[in-house]
Design a protein around this ligand. Sequence first.
Ligand code: SF4
Ligand code: SF4
Ligand code: SF4
Length: 218
Amino acid sequence: MDRRDFLKKGIAVVVVGGTAGGGITRLLSGTNATVVRPPGAGEENDFLAKCIRCAKCVQACPYDSIKTAGLGDGASMGTPFLELREIPCYMCEDLPCVGVCPTDALDPTLTDAAKMLLGTAVIVDREACLSLNGIRCEICYRVCPLIDKAIVIEKHAHQITGRHTVFEPVVQKEVCTGCGICENACPLDDTAIAVVPTQRGDKAAHYDYLRKQERVEL
Ligand code: SF4
Ligand code: SF4
Ligand code: SF4
């Protein structure tokens, strides 16, 4: 039983009835979100122009987080990308993936993993999120390597009962690196938290992009 199965089973007892009847609202459906690129990758076209598909970053990653795109992966063939739900980026201190890139497609000036920007985590399914249903989950909060910085818990009264306290995970966009450890750990079959990939080189442009996506509030 892997960690997610374990968490799922462990939490199943309290889930019963908790999210029943909640329709799935995929906040990000219909956006232009593409694949997540390795740390240090900039704007997509710039990245594609520089990346020579050598797979050195793929080989350098100790967690096998980086894959090489093949047919049907939604990315240019041979380019490196991450599927965070499957294997997130563990934010290695020495960023070995960046260090081996021979063409600077992964920015060599990125030396602090806390400053990388693979994307930004967003609660994509508020109806399904256990914490937002009044169930003490908060797994995404607890696993975050930047706990209490990139994601915090805000407490407020449950909208329906008015009696329970809801412990809502709230991503702090200025700090979140998009590592996807939260996305990987969410115990639901379809994660309620997911990383929106970086689309535009720098953070400010990335947030502008995100704000333009309907219903994504950042
Ligand atoms: S920082 Fe580490 S875990 Fe993340 S992609 Fe690079 S090598 Fe892999
Ligand atoms: S997003 Fe997932 S891990 Fe986070 S509180 Fe909601 S159900 Fe739990
Ligand atoms: S992606 Fe999730 S786990 Fe990673 S820094 Fe952001 S909130 Fe934390």
